[in-house]
Structure formats: C-alpha cells, structure tokens
Design a protein around this ligand. Structure first.
Ligand SMILES: *Cc1c(COP(=O)(O)O)cnc(C)c1O
Length: 455
C-alpha cells in the first residue's frame, strides 16, 4: 500500500529555527530610519518589540537560533504537521508529477500564523511584558496572537480593520473566545483613530490605520509591546519549522522536491516552507525551483520595483528594502485578504533580486478553480490565500504532463478555508471576478516612491 501522509514524532519538532540571512552571500540591505536615512539599530527597536525579537530581526551571523523548550512544548499541541502526498489531485490531473503538500491548516487557529505568534508571545512574557497590541485585517493573525497571548497569560488588544470587523464576525469571535480585546479600527481609543474619525466618522478603516493605532497604544502603555505577523525577518525565522519538518518528511517519502511553492502575502509561510530548501541551493548548489504564488491584483514580486519603502500605508514604520507596489497601493478587494499587501519582506526581496527564486501571479478565478478541485480530490477546503499555491502546483503538474516529466512538487497549505465560506458562496454564484493591475495604475503608485536605491 502507498503511504498517504508522512508523520514525524513530537521529539522531531525542530530544536532550532533556520536563519537564512547567515548563509546569504548578498545580505539584505539594512532597514533605515526614514528621517535620517541611517540604518536602524537593535536598541531603536526596543520600544516596540521584545529585545530578543529585535536581536533576531537584525541577526545575520547565526544560521541556527535555538527554539526555547517552552515554545516547543506549545508547538506539540499541533506540530509536527503532516506532509501529505496528493494522490487524489495527481489522479484528477492525470499527471506523472508527484505532488506533496505540508498541511499547516491543522493548527488550532487553522493557519501557519501560530508558529510565530507562540514565539513572539513567549519572548514578550520572558522579558516581563504584560500587554501586547497588534492589528489584523481578515483576522488570521489576530486569531493566532489571541491564542498565543492566552497561552502565556498576556493581555492582548487587537485593532481590527472596521470593514472586516463587521463582515468577518467569526474570526472576531475566535479572538474573543481566547480572551483578546478586539477593537474596530479606526477607534476613539487612540490619537490616530480620533483624528481620522473626527474628519470622517464613516471611515471603514485600513491596515495602515490599524497599525498606527496598535503602535501608538504599545508605545504609550507601560510593559506593552507591539507584534506583527509577517514581513519582518524574525517572523520568517519562526516559520522555518515548516520547511525543516518537510525536509525530514520528504526524506521519509524517499523523494526530493524539484519545485517548492508557497503563497505570498508578506512572505512568512513562503519563507517557512522554502528557506530550509533554499539552504541546499545556497550551500550545496542544489537545482531547485522555488516559486512564490501571488495574486494578479497584487503582484509585488512579478511587477513591483526593488526600492526602500514603508511597511505600512501611513508611513509610520522604518524604510524596508523590498519589492513593492508603493506603500499607498490599495489592492483590489480579492478574497485572499492575507495576500493584499503592497510589499515583500527584505530577505525574500534580496533573494528575488539575486535570481534565487521565481514568482507567479494568479488571477482570482483560477485560484478558486484550484481550491475546489483540491477540496474535491483531497478533502480539505483551502484558505483563499493557500489556493494560490495550489494553482501554481497545478500549473506545474500540467506542464509536467505535457513534457512527460515525473517531477516532484511540494507546496505549503498555509491554512483551511472553513471561515472563508462567504468567498466560496460568491464563487459558486458567479459573482467573483479577476482584477488585473493595469500598467497605468502601477506607474501612478510607483511614482510616489522616494528612490533611494539608484543602481
Ligand atoms: C496570513 C496568511 C497568508 C499570507 O501571509 P504570509 O505572511 O505571506 O504567509 C497566507 N495564508 C494564510 C492562511 C494566512 O493566514
């Protein structure tokens, strides 16, 4: 009998995260203070982040960073996650390719985000922090942080973009179940929120506004830190448990992936699945294709520019060297809310610039075609974000069939879609559409960039 899923034991949970920056020949450029254009130092990050997280953010020398036992103990609740051979999907596609997926949807909140939330909550707790703040759009990160804060006895305030607060009540309920205080943003609880509401009482909110509210509260509250669920180097670091487990599981399967795929918002699950394999490419010259799957409507890696840009819409964060569509870019309202972000993290951006990875942009309807085929053949309803990775895997498997090539494909299933069924409803009703970014819109957004990188 063929093996369907490859399972590790609790003792096989990785003991260290993989810090790819240490192995990169061209290190990512430093993040800059927007006022002085000087590199930001570790201490500059202390007011916002736990000190250990600030250290991890700037560490470019240690390839392995030990995972504390307390974090590994929490990981045991759902890790190691299964690696699954997608026989059903292979059969439906009639492809000679072997398709594997790492199933991160089995986490208690249904996505990979908990891998970093647990780590961030742990380091905050260890340093005497009592309160944390964060923002959330569609609610996946907020749900993960709520779980983690509860696990380590921290108070959490989540600023949730108002339109999502009203339209996605179930992720709000998940956060409240774990004891988080959820505030619709903009709110009257911060100066930033009050200023916006005074001018425009009906403003439906944005991630940029929610970030400024969460940051303001963190800076003004004693023993309070801010947390972020993607983009930053320390978040990518924590997510490498995904790929480190998958590395062992592919060995159990007796195969080696020639193509590794992750969907791409700010880069955390993509980095998680791919960096441990990228390591083989950097250190041993392995020939692997690594592909980021992004929405056609938000194509920073396929059509964006490599420049210094702000991490948020409002321009409060340091300047990050990134592939960007411009921080004022407002992506179309596709259902993959977690992929509606204008830029890519600094490490991924450098790897992309150095030609070590590829990117593909996928129209919304193709992602839902892929999602339904996957649900009907593998039995798991994927998150709309994860469906981008599935769509690229399907493209590659079809290509393999044309070429008569038995290639091995691995993708990350970053989450399930059970709280995203409204999106599926619209797809079945024929109400979903594709949104291609026009060259004119792209140019308008990029024109606002302060072009610090000149070569
Ligand atoms: C948040 C999210 C993403 C996108 O974020 P990354 O940091 O790019 O991984 C993808 N999939 C799911 C299920 C998410 O919740």
């Amino acid at each position: 009998m063929n093996t369907k899923k490859f399972l590790l034991q609790e003792k096989d949970i990785p003991v260290a995260w993989y810090n790819i920056a240490a192995d990169m020949e061209n290190k990512p450029r430093p993040i800059l203070n927007p006022a002085t254009k000087e590199p930001v130092g570790e201490e500059d990050l202390y007011p916002l982040f736990a000190q250990e997280l600030a250290r991890q953010e700037l560490n470019q020398t240690d390839a392995w960073i030990e995972i504390p036992d307390e974090v590994r103990d929490m990981y045991k609740i759902w890790r190691p996650t299964p690696l699954v051979r997608a026989y059903g999907l292979e059969k439906a596609l009639d492809t000679p390719a072997h398709i594997y997926f790492k199933n991160e949807s089995v986490s208690p909140v249904g996505s990979h985000k908990l891998n970093s939330a647990i780590a961030q909550a742990y380091f905050c707790k260890k340093e005497g922090v009592t309160n944390i703040t964060t923002e959330t759009g569609a609610g996946q990160w907020g749900a993960a942080m709520a779980y983690a804060a509860n696990a380590f006895g921290l108070e959490l305030a989540v600023y949730m973009v108002k339109v999502s607060y009203l339209q996605k009540p179930y992720r709000r309920s998940v956060m409240q179940t774990f004891g988080a205080q959820v505030i619709a943003s903009p709110s009257m609880s911060t100066k930033a929120g009050r200023k916006i509401l005074t001018g425009n009482p009906n403003y439906q909110g944005s991630l940029g506004t929610a970030i400024s509210e969460a940051v303001e509260l963190a800076i003004q509250t004693p023993d309070c830190k801010y947390t972020l669920g993607s983009v930053l180097n320390h978040v990518m670091l924590h997510q490498t448990v995904i790929g480190l487990e998958a590395e062992k599981q592919m060995e159990m399967a007796g195969e080696y992936p020639e193509i590794v795929i992750g969907c791409f918002g700010g880069g955390s699950n993509f980095s998680g699945i791919s960096f441990p394999f990228m390591r083989h490419k950097l250190k041993a010259g392995k020939d692997i294709r690594i592909i980021a799957a992004e929405p056609e409507s938000c194509p920073k890696l396929t059509r964006g520019e490599f420049q210094y840009d702000f991490g948020d819409e409002a321009g409060y964060t340091p300047l990050i060297p990134m592939f960007t569509l411009g921080h004022t870019f407002s992506p179309a309202h596709i259902h993959a809310g977690g992929l509606r972000y204008h830029g890519a993290g600094a490490i991924v951006s450098q790897l992309r610039r150095d030609g070590l990875m590829e990117a593909a942009d996928i129209p919304q309807l193709e992602t839902f075609d892929a999602a339904t085929l996957f649900a009907r053949t593998e039995g798991i309803i994927p998150a709309p974000e994860s469906a981008h990775a599935i769509a690229v895997a399907i493209r590659e498997a079809r290509q393999a069939k044309e070429e008569g090539n038995r290639k091995v494909i691995l993708f990350n299933l970053s989450g399930h879609g059970l709280i995203d069924m409204a999106a599926y409803d619209q797809y079945f009703a024929g109400d979903l559409m594709n949104y291609e970014l026009t060259d004119e819109d792209l140019e308008v957004n990029l024109a606002g960039l302060d072009r610090i990188i000149t070569q």
